[in-house]
Design a protein around this ligand. Structure first.
Ligand code: PLP
Length: 486
């Protein structure tokens, strides 16, 4: 038997039976009272709600008259199937779509076949079984280190593995003691803001720059100073001329524009930090996926005066769901915040840390990164070839040397129109506006395409569909696409 507990208002002008009737009707329509369920008996409900049996009886009779319930001898009032209900016209009327609302009827939403969302990874190539074995083995270690809160800075053995990984792959020479494990980049930035008391500190930030980090700085009341970019990355002279006491940069793959900061600018940036006694926060988020040119060492690798805080994440190279990133603190900074650090508990589950440690120690991590680099390189090449073939000089690719996304300048067009047309063509692309300090400064013709999550064999079809949606059958190549795509 169901329990029904509506909020009935005796002071309200609407009679109580009407309030009760409406409440039950809404519950039936909303699917909370299912077909075949039995309403409470009149006596039970009257006693439960402390109102007269006549009131309950009147409400039930109304529901009966409208076909919401059926009366069965000995069983009482039974809820009827919704489709068969003779619904009053009033209830069928859909609310008028407001002009500002873009929520459309579910049936009107086109099915998205290609979602070019930045951040999606190719999970089909993830070694699930191996990872599962590492998780099970991690759980088998019944130590306090794995099943308790864990070390405040993170599992020391995992920190040692990470230290040797970033030394080999990025030239970062640090001790495991300088590393703090964090639950992703945003949490790492938040932690830095708290540990280094960055609130009210003027911080330079690439403009455009990563919105995910900008938001956290804002929430910590940091005084952000947008520093424009040049063709080859951060405008270092403008940083030098600013009041910034720290700067957040993505030198190995500027986000979202994709350029690599050349060595001369890196040296200038380090010089600025040395002279100003300023801090550089280097976000080296996807350096594993570099597809052309010589690998450039990280800024931290060149940091002779120990002024760079280096940040890395396992979201791109391993799994976003691990929620595992790390920061490498300069020795001097570490000394100054060590006592504060001791009041923070470690945010990454020690079980996950242990499993990642096993995954790394057993050689799976290095193998996985190598495999994924090859895969993404091949996807990247396919993407660029398809863009060049299907879209030609109507577009310009921005940031085409590394990473898992590109920006596309669709010349003379507008991103909101492009996004809408893409949806009609069963594709989803994104605006990059949020990454600009003033979103209106983001060129209207830019859209952002992440390609990590799209099947390699499907990439070309995805680009053809986009091309068709944006340019119609204007070009020879595109008119062929119609036949191939369907
Ligand atoms: C610039 C930048 N840094 C870091 C990250 C990764 O963040 P997280 O470690 O929270 O997954 C991303 C995006 O995924 C990014 O674009």
């Amino acid at each position: 038997m169901l329990a029904i507990t509506p909020l009935l208002d005796k002071e309200n002008n609407t009679p109580l039976y009407m309030q009760l009737y409406k409440y039950i009707r809404e519950q039936i329509e909303g699917g909370m009272l299912l077909q075949g369920s039995c309403l409470p008996s009149i006596r039970q409900l009257a006693s439960h709600l402390n109102i007269s049996k006549n009131t309950i009886e009147a409400a039930y009779q109304q529901l009966l008259a409208e076909g919401y319930v059926e009366s069965k001898a000995r069983n009482g009032f039974i809820v009827q199937q919704l489709e068969e209900l003779p619904r009053p016209a009033l209830l069928r009327t859909k609310p008028e779509a407001s002009s500002s609302s873009n929520i459309s009827d579910k049936n009107d939403v086109p099915e998205i076949r290609f979602d070019f969302r930045y951040g999606d990874m190719d999970l089909s190539r993830f070694p699930h079984d191996v990872w599962k074995a590492c998780l099970i083995d991690a759980l088998s270690e019944r130590t306090n280190e794995v099943l308790g809160y864990g070390d405040r800075q993170g599992n020391p053995h995992l920190r040692a593995e990470i230290a040797s990984y970033i030394f080999e792959s990025r030239g970062v020479n640090c001790h495991a003691d300088q590393i703090i494990l964090c639950a992703g980049t945003q949490q790492a930035i938040s932690m830095l803001c708290q540990l280094l008391a960055l609130n009210n500190v003027p911080i330079g930030m690439e403009d455009p720059g990563y919105d995910g980090v900008k938001t956290i700085f804002h929430h910590h009341n940091c005084k952000l100073i947008p520093i424009p970019l040049q063709q080859d990355g951060l405008h270092v002279e403008l940083l030098q001329g600013s009041a910034a006491k720290a700067v957040y940069v993505t030198p190995s793959h500027q986000f979202p524009m994709g350029m690599v900061l050349p060595i001369q600018k890196r040296m200038k940036l380090l010089q600025w930090a040395k002279e100003r006694k300023a801090l550089i926060i280097e976000d080296d988020y996807d350096s594993e996926f570099r597809y052309s040119g010589q690998p450039i060492p990280s800024l931290k690798a060149l940091d002779s005066s120990d002024q760079v805080i280096y940040m890395g994440t396992l979201s791109k190279s391993f799994l976003p769901a691990a929620r595992l990133s790390y920061i490498v603190l300069p020795q001097a900074v570490l000394g100054s915040i060590r006592s504060k650090l001791m009041s923070y508990s470690q945010p990454v589950s020690p079980i996950i840390q242990q499993a990642v440690l096993l995954f790394m120690r057993r050689g799976h991590f290095a193998r996985h990164v190598r495999r994924m680099r090859r895969l993404y390189q091949s996807k990247h090449k396919k993407l660029l070839n398809a863009i060049s073939y299907w879209m030609g000089d109507r577009v310009e690719v921005i940031g085409d040397r590394s990473g898992l996304h590109i920006l596309l300048d669709v010349k003379g067009r507008n991103s909101s129109e492009l996004i809408q047309l893409a949806e009609q063509g069963n594709c989803r692309v994104y605006t990059s506006q949020a990454h600009w300090n003033d979103p209106l400064q983001c060129p209207a013709s830019f859209v952002m395409l992440g390609f990590g999550g799209i099947e390699e064999s499907e990439l070309e079809t995805g680009i053809r569909l986009l091309s068709l949606a944006w340019f119609g059958a204007e070009s020879g190549n595109i008119s062929q696409a119609k036949n191939i795509v369907q």
